[in-house]
Design a protein around this ligand. Structure first.
Ligand code: SF4
Length: 344
């Protein structure tokens, strides 16, 4: 068993403090923190501005431990799907999406999900344990190493496996580390509408952006596909969102998974626009990522229906983006890759 203290998932200040008793000069701790946080080092051997003796000494007390990258599958559309193996053998996924000079890293916060949305493979897998800060931050580190060229901008979205606002105890420290490299303006936490979590986020001194998975304009249909809405009804969620503190220029993102014949009528577009009226918002319309094995009855609407739905919202002044799934050829819907791996 490795009894060393893992430095991954700790802020620069925490690393510096941990290192302090083992070095003769204060700045050594800051150097180690720079190597790990700024330069993404994965071993003490890389820290060439430290003496060999000090590197060996540090290696006996500390580790730079990250989950194993079990698989990376490249999609024809430029996205890369990662399967990580955690130390207890559990698998989690993440996706890196590259668009020109911009990359978006989609990270997981749990190794499964208890929320049980009926259109989501991770929901079908069921509950999984909370990821620790190091396990969350490591996904970012691995994706950064995998980029084949410098990118000008990295965005992080917590839209992978799990409900991040059911893991705030680990999400908070992970955000503290990630925000040393990526501005909180470029980090988005997406929730199915966990009210205590939304309130936790609202209470932070500095907070990332908020996205809410809405998916229907009324309580009944929302609860039908998102059972969590029984516990946190739409009316309460909307009240919390109206009160959510937004920094200048920020908006709440509403995600709307479009399902054929269920929530894709023009009336639904208008009703959704009415529901979010008054909230600085933008809407991401996401045509369903079909999975015949887990939800055989759910279909993606035709492209014309998707366009008509988005146009219905734009007509009343909403900012709408249609997000066709990336990496479908590599099972990019979260949970699909892990599920296929374990089925095999
Ligand atoms: S959509 Fe998100 S919250 Fe819902 S089951 Fe999937 S991972 Fe969980």
């Amino acid at each position: 068993m490795d009894n060393r203290t893992n430095l991954v998932g700790r802020t620069s200040a925490e690393i510096t403090e941990l290192i302090a008793p083992h070095v003769d000069r204060d700045f050594r701790g800051r150097q180690v923190a720079q190597w790990i946080i700024d330069r993404n080092a994965s071993s003490f051997g890389e820290m060439t501005n430290l003496s060999l003796a000090l590197r060996r000494d540090l290696d006996s007390y500390f580790s730079i431990e990250e989950p194993e990258v079990l698989q990376v599958i490249e999609s024809s559309d430029g996205s890369s799907k990662f399967l990580f193996g955690l130390s207890d053998g559990v698998g989690v996924e993440g996706v890196s999406m590259r668009e020109g000079a911009k990359a978006t890293f989609c990270l997981s916060s749990q190794a499964g999900c208890a929320v049980g949305c009926t259109f989501c493979v991770t929901g079908a897998i069921g509950a999984g344990r909370n990821l620790r800060p190091g396990e969350i931050v490591s996904q970012y580190r691995a994706m950064l190493r995998h980029l084949d060229a410098e990118v000008e901008r990295i965005n992080i979205v917590f839209m992978g496996m799990g409900e991040p606002l059911l893991n705030t105890g680990n999400l908070g420290p992970a955000l503290a580390v990630l925000s040393e490299r990526v501005s909180l303006k470029r980090i988005t936490v997406s929730t199915a509408g966990i009210l205590p979590g939304v309130q936790w986020l609202a209470g932070l001194e500095k907070r990332p952006k908020l996205a809410v998975s809405l998916n229907a304009p009324d309580q009944d249909r929302r609860a039908h596909i998102m059972p969590i809405a029984h516990r946190y009804p739409l009316v309460d969620l909307m009240k919390a969102l109206r009160e959510f503190p937004l920094e200048h220029g920020r908006r709440i993102t509403f995600e709307y998974v479009l399902i054929d014949g269920f929530n894709d009528a023009e009336n639904d577009a208008r009703a959704t626009a009415r529901l979010i009226r008054g909230i600085p918002a933008k809407v991401n319309v996401i045509p369903l990522n079909e999975d015949r094995e887990h939800f055989p009855d759910l279909r993606r609407p035709a492209a014309a229906v998707v366009d008509r739905f988005a146009a219905g919202m734009r007509d009343v002044g909403l900012t709408v983006t249609v997000r066709w799934s990336k990496g479908e050829d590599v099972a990019a819907a979260c949970g699909q890759l892990r599920q296929r791996q374990s089925t095999r």
